[in-house]
Design a protein around this ligand. Structure first.
Ligand code: BES
Ligand code: ZN
Length: 843
């Protein structure tokens, strides 16, 4: 195993004086990066990518250098080692890659405009200025920024602007920080400002294409989030301001640059008067996530990218923890159960998945680290587990220790465990190593044998998997007398009848679903639970359905068993339970072929599930209704449309007609279903064109997403062809939104072939356009989520197997091949039984 050559080993930067001149007109960046620091060696390397280097000096004297493109390096031979100042003159192209310094485009009053922003994580600072571009190489930065400035434009950066002189904007020196967190932006922006109790200036910035009120929600959440974190972390926010900036073109979701957090517009701005509650919650979690990073990630940073999880898993837990304090009535931990938990459990069950902690042997591997379901979802579940073991008081105490000891520095996972161990007697490091360093998770079998209640653990797989005898330390969270943690392969909990009598209710483990495992109960235990199912809380009901679904995918149980449970829970008033019902019901669609007899029965089943709920809730949102009802409505409306419920179709069409001239004004809770219904049942070429036009002109992200859903649900192949023809036209579908459009067309039975043909034909273009994106591989994931026939499996292999030698793609192709193959087998083995069970409900 070759150790990576870290540039930090030879040079420790202390301070950067940056002069950067961005010319939008000529698409050119020129600048000087002056780095003061300590050279430990006469031979030093400084990162650069795509640059021309015209001159390198040491303490004012020119020194020899060489550019090594492959190593993304400027190799410099210094006259002497020791404390010194290296100055590098460079130029670089300004490109539309959404990496480094890049333009974002938007329409204002029918004219195409642009603003400039930056994205430096993971390793793109080196495209903006020469630097030691490694998280450990922390330094201070003084930025001087020049650009082809127009009247009214403003410039933003990590720190406040101090002066503008001869067209150059100067910013205050930063605190010690990593290069990937440096950021700046400029253009014609609007803003709203406020201040925290402790005097931190908080601002939200956006282009002027947005209504001013779209900035209000983010401003309120950001302010209160910073106040919460200062209190929870017992560590002040160390910068004078916290700007939140929405960029029209953005490859990730959001980015925690210190003091200048950047966001996709859809994840920051919203119309406070007409946005669905779940969208508001989502935007709020994005903001609380990035602001959690201002401490965890920015103030204390992972030493190297192998500990990326330390940043991301933690922020992903804190986003819920903080929002739960800010908006307790939103029950965001329920949202954690319906989004992070299933994402992690599903992905982590496929053999070949990565572990949360991943060794990075080669810098090229940094970009393959990013697996949202693992580094974010599973990682945050791990920390939720830690929180459940420690409790908030101890967690806070441990974190305070962590920040006090490591602020402005770098850490590994063990530094966190050591800090937490100052607040608990549990051996957190040992427990967590079993979860973070091993891929996968256990299925716990719970059964009664010889009168005793016993537990065993083994790795859970969906699809073929090699059992390597892995063992996890499993927090049991039982609702009866049992040890706190299962450390062995098998556990005998003693006499079942006695335990049952003592408990006074059905015995369950993993109550609260905080442990990352699935539980398979034997018939005795399961029947006992099912007899009480109606008394369970929402999370337990969701968990029951989620575990049954996973066990069915893993062929440890049958989907047919899920059907009666759905039927039993269908009138639940809990949004969470309804989410679980319809997520599970959606899975039943894989067993039917379009327009078959079986599909007709499935549609009837959807109708049966949703009918009374649709009657209860209706298509019109009522004043004063509960959040649960608001959040439930979309599930049942969507189900009743799939079910072909004629009353629903009529109600939706009527709403469409009433709002024909101002579709955006439709209530956002029902808007997507009204539009989908219209396209499906009254579609025409004119309607597609009208909706596309609205998509291009509206500034409201949730309306845009409704329009995407509607336009791509067309029942006309020629309309879908038209839609696909827009995929390469960035004036209609921005590259950042392409995956959503592609997935939606692929998901439409009439569009599947079109989308599949398109991506195979246009792969080279796609690779060139968004190939550098960390989430590029999710284009493959999206395909695998859809395919379920042997024919598609063969086509998938034929297309992707030749790409197996591309390191960025290898793991994803292997995993997704398995995902599709597993589904093909599942459908073949289960369809008769599942479809018969559904049909039997009606005869
Ligand atoms: N730091 C990440 C963004 C990132 C990660 C950029 C890795 C490049 C490489 C940021 O904090 C983040 O996690 N963003 C999420 C959204 C978030 C709310 C879950 C994203 O972009 O998906
Ligand atoms: Zn993050």
């Amino acid at each position: 195993m070759g150790k990576i050559n870290r540039f930090y080993d030879a040079f420790h930067p202390d301070h950067y004086d940056l002069f950067i001149d961005v010319n939008r007109e000529n698409k050119q960046i020129t600048g000087t990066s002056t780095i003061t620091g300590e050279a430990l060696n006469r031979e030093v390397n400084v990162h650069q990518k795509f640059m021309s280097i015209s001159k390198v000096t040491q303490d004012g004297e020119a020194v020899p250098f060489e550019v090594d493109e492959k190593a993304e390096a400027i190799k410099i031979t210094l006259a002497k080692a020791g404390n010194t100042t290296i100055s590098i003159d460079y130029s670089a192209p300004l490109t539309d890659t959404m990496m480094g310094i890049y333009p974002s485009y938007y329409q204002l009053n029918g004219k195409k405009e642009e603003i400039i922003g930056t994205q430096f994580e993971t390793t793109f600072a080196r495209q903006a200025f020469p630097c030691i571009d490694e998280p450990e190489a922390k330094a201070t930065f003084s930025l001087a920024l020049k650009f082809d400035e127009k009247p009214g434009e403003i410039a933003l950066a990590n720190m406040p602007e101090t002066k503008v002189e001869n067209g150059v904007h100067y910013f205050e020196k930063t605190v010690k920080m990593s290069t990937y967190l440096v950021a700046f932006a400029f253009g014609d922006l609007q803003s709203k400002m406020t201040e925290t109790k402790s005097g931190v200036k908080v601002g939200v910035f956006a282009t002027k294409a947005h209504k001013a009120k779209e900035l209000d929600f983010a401003l309120d959440i950001a302010k209160r989030a910073i106040e919460f974190y200062e209190d929870f972390y017992q560590t002040p926010y160390p910068l004078p301001h916290s700007w939140q900036l929405a960029l029209p073109d953005f490859s990730a979701g959001a980015m925690e640059n210190w003091g200048l957090v950047t966001y996709r517009e859809a994840y920051l701005l919203l119309d406070p008067d007409n946005t669905p509650l779940d969208m508001k919650k989502l935007v709020a979690t994005v903001i609380t996530h990035e602001l959690a990073h201002q401490w965890f990630g920015d103030l204390v940073t992972m030493k190297w990218w192998d500990n990326l999880w330390l940043n991301e898993s933690f922020a992903n837990m804190m986003e819920y923890l903080s929002l739960d304090h800010l908006e307790p009535s939103w029950n965001v931990w329920e949202m954690f159960q319906s989004s992070e938990a299933p994402a992690a459990l599903t992905r982590d069950a496929t053999d070949g998945v990565q572990s949360v902690y991943v060794e990075v042997k080669d810098p090229a591997e940094i970009d393959t680290l990013f697996d949202g379901a693992i580094v974010y979802a599973k990682g945050s579940r791990m920390l939720v587990m830690v929180r459940a073991l420690l409790g908030d008081k101890a967690l806070q105490k441990g974190l305070k220790y962590y920040f006090d000891h490591h602020k402005f520095g770098n850490t590994t996972g063990d530094d966190l465990w050591n800090a937490l161990s100052t607040a608990t007697d549990l051996n957190i490091a040992e427990i967590m190593h079993s979860w973070l360093n091993q891929p996968g998770y256990p299925v716990v079998n719970a059964f009664v044998e010889d009168g005793h209640l016993k537990l065993t653990q083994k790795q859970f797989f969906v699809g073929e998997g090699e059992d390597k005898g892995r063992i996890w330390q499993i927090p049991l969270n039982a609702n009866f007398d049992s040890p706190a943690i299962m450390t062995e392969k098998e556990l005998d909990l003693g006499d079942y009848e006695t335990l049952r009598k003592q408990a006074g209710h059905a015995l369950r483990i993993n109550v609260g679903n905080t442990t990352h495992c699935v539980v398979k109960y034997d018939e005795t235990l399961m029947n006992d639970i099912l007899a009480e199912v109606e008394d369970l809380d929402s999370i337990s009901k969701l968990q029951l359905l989620q575990d049954l679904r996973l066990l069915s995918e893993g062929r440890e149980s049958s989907y047919a068993e899920v059907v009666p449970l759905l039927d039993k829970l269908k009138d639940s008033k809990s949004n969470l339970v309804n989410n679980a019902i319809y997520t599970t019901a959606r899975k039943l669609r894989q067993f039917v072929t379009p327009d078959s007899d079986a599909e007709n029965y499935l549609k009837q089943f959807y109708n049966r599930l949703s009918e009374d709920q649709v009657k209860r809730l209706g298509w019109e949102v009522k004043a004063g209704e509960s959040d649960e009802d608001k959040l439930t409505r979309p599930y049942v409306l969507s189900a009743s449309l799939y079910g072909g419920n004629i009353d629903s179709v009529r109600a939706a069409h009527k709403l469409y007609q009433e709002h024909e001239d101002d579709l955006e004004s439709l209530n956002a809770d029902v808007r997507p279903y009204v539009l989908i219904n219209e396209v499906k049942n009254c579609g025409s070429s004119e309607l597609t064109d009208k909706l596309i036009k609205l998509y291009q002109t509206t500034s409201d992200a949730s309306f845009k997403s409704d329009l995407t859903a509607a336009i791509t649900s067309s029942k006309s192949e020629s309309e879908l062809e038209k839609v696909v023809s827009y995929f390469k036209n960035a004036d209609v579908v921005k590259p950042q939104d392409l995956r959503g459009w592609f997935a939606s067309v692929l998901n439409n039975k009439l569009g599947e072939q079109l989308a599949w043909d398109w991506i195979r034909d246009e792969w080279a273009w796609l690779d060139k356009t968004v190939g550098g994106d960390m989430e590029f591989t999710t284009f493959i994931t999206v395909i695998a989520r859809n395919f379920k026939t042997a024919k598609r499996l063969e086509e998938f292999k034929a297309f992707f197997e030749p790409k197996l030698d591309q390191p960025m793609l290898t793991r994803e192709i292997k995993m997704d091949t398995k995902v599709i193959a597993t589904r093909v087998d599942l459908v073949e083995a289960e369809k008769v039984k599942v479809n018969a069970t559904i049909k039997n409900l009606f005869i």
